[in-house]
Design a protein. Structure first.
Length: 397
């Protein structure tokens, strides 16, 4: 059976048309296809081309000191390399453009042409661009990567001086979806570590508004906004305000010392997980034994499943009767009561943060029927799920 020749030229043109990103295909280091909205010679990829041949990974990104991003994908079986980019959330201003001219060995009189090139460059937020790289790599190498994996594995930064950038028009801003932000913060408030870890693997939604005149400052300002929101979400989840604010200050100070977008993104992920784990630890009870905490943590991380004391005992490799007796002795509650209480907390979060039908929430939390779910909810909250949602909506309006 003969193998079908992959049409890299078609891929290059199609990817360029769909994303607006400049795309190049090299075979044995020779350029065989090139797509660009606006041509500039010499190719901007010359800034990073010398760095791409020695890397072992199939897919990674290279970030210049000025935070221009290039995506690199190697298809080793065909000796093919794709270079996608450059892009950035904020286009380079005049000073950066002059620096790039210098790095390319071009004269100052070509400044207007390079400025025109960057005015045609399609801006992408960091994570959105990496999602494109992951997708194309999967199509070519059948290798499933996540954005967080790409961030952790890519540590390639090419150097040239950094200056200030001109801000973009506010009319071009596409803000993060409010619903996505609410969902993420609700995971922090409920201490849902498993959901936060899954959140890292999902494609990013939307982008932050323009908060600065250069890309590095933009990333840091976005980080500061995230730290503020996370601290308040953690306080809502029970973290003492003095702890939440002190933690926010520490992370912001760390971010201010960083010099690359990759490091800021990794620190942001660490901060999000740190706040969530601290809330989870509080919900598991600081004074409880290791055994009780393990039970609570298992329930919180498997809240969508149908849970029983036997399930938890098996997961923790313990005798069911002994586990139930110790848990009741240490917490004053049965394991069954704690499971229902935790499920009700998650039900309230979902009623507040989503428009999902009550039947869907009942199914998600693995109740045997909607009527049983409503009975349990009313026992805990003194009202039906529908009444609770209406009350929350009136409070928010």
């Amino acid at each position: 059976m003969t193998s079908i020749q992959f049409d890299y030229n078609y891929l290059c043109q199609g990817l360029g048309h769909l994303t607006g990103l400049e795309t190049r295909v090299y075979k044995d280091e020779e350029l065989i296809e090139h797509y660009s909205h606006y041509d500039f010679t010499p190719d901007i990829a010359g800034l990073i081309f010398h760095e791409i041949q020695s890397k072992a990974e199939n897919a990674y990104y290279i970030e210049t000191d000025d935070l221009l991003l290039f995506g690199i994908i190697h298809v080793k079986k065909d000796n093919i390399t794709l270079i996608i980019g450059p892009t950035a959330q904020i286009r380079p201003g005049k000073q950066e453009t002059v620096t790039i001219l210098y790095m390319l060995g071009e004269s100052y009189k070509r400044l207007p042409m390079l400025q025109e090139y960057f005015s045609n460059m399609v801006p992408y937020p960091f994570e959105n661009f990496l999602e494109i790289i992951c997708f194309v790599n999967y199509a070519l190498n059948e290798e499933k990567l996540t954005v967080s994996h790409l961030i952790q594995k890519s540590n390639y930064i090419t150097s040239f001086p950094q200056e200030n950038r001109k801000a973009e028009s506010s009319q071009e801003v596409l803000h993060n979806t409010y619903q996505m932000e609410k969902q993420m913060l609700s995971y922090v408030t409920t201490g849902n570590v498993e959901a936060i870890q899954a959140f890292f693997t999902k494609p990013p939604s939307g982008r932050a508004g323009y908060l600065a005149h250069n890309e590095l400052r933009q990333r840091k300002n976005t980080f500061i906004c995230a730290a503020t929101l996370l601290s308040r979400a953690a306080i809502s989840g029970g973290l003492p305000p003095e702890t939440a604010f002190a933690l926010s200050d520490i992370y912001i100070q760390k971010a201010e010392l960083l010099k690359t977008g990759r490091d800021i993104t990794i620190l942001n992920m660490d901060m999000l997980l740190d706040y969530t784990k601290r809330v989870e630890a509080l919900k598991c009870g600081a004074d409880n034994s290791r055994l009780a905490k393990d039970v609570m943590r298992y329930v919180l991380r498997n809240i969508h499943k149908k849970l029983s004391a036997s399930d938890i005992a098996n997961a923790l490799n313990m005798n069911r009767s002994y586990l139930c007796e110790r848990f009741k002795l240490e917490t004053g509650n049965t394991i069954g009561d704690f499971i229902l209480s935790a499920k009700m907390d998650e039900a309230k979060r979902m009623l507040k943060m989503s428009d999902l039908p009550i039947a869907h929430i009942s199914d998600y939390l693995s109740f045997s029927s909607q009527s049983y779910f409503q009975t349990v909810f009313k026992k805990f909250e003194g009202c039906t799920p529908k009444e609770y949602r209406s009350k929350i909506q009136m409070t928010d309006s």
